[in-house]
Design a protein around this ligand. Structure first.
Ligand SMILES: [Zn+2]
Length: 57
């Protein structure tokens, strides 16, 4: 293990994101997660923030 790149921290558990692909676009921007579990938990906790943009009348 030589190269330690700047890994992004999982938004939910703050662990380094080893695998890309678990990301979610929110109103605050792109959030990255270490695993599908964190992604879905975040999604549940932030349901309002992660829904596709819906503009009420
Ligand atoms: Zn995580």
């Amino acid at each position: 293990m030589g190269d330690v790149k700047d890994k992004e921290a999982c938004v939910l558990c703050s662990q380094p994101v080893e695998i890309s692909g678990f990301s979610l676009t929110t109103r605050d921007g792109l959030k990255k997660f270490c695993c599908a579990g964190c992604l879905s938990i975040y999604q549940l906790l932030n349901e309002d923030n992660t829904k596709p943009t819906i503009t009420p009348c």
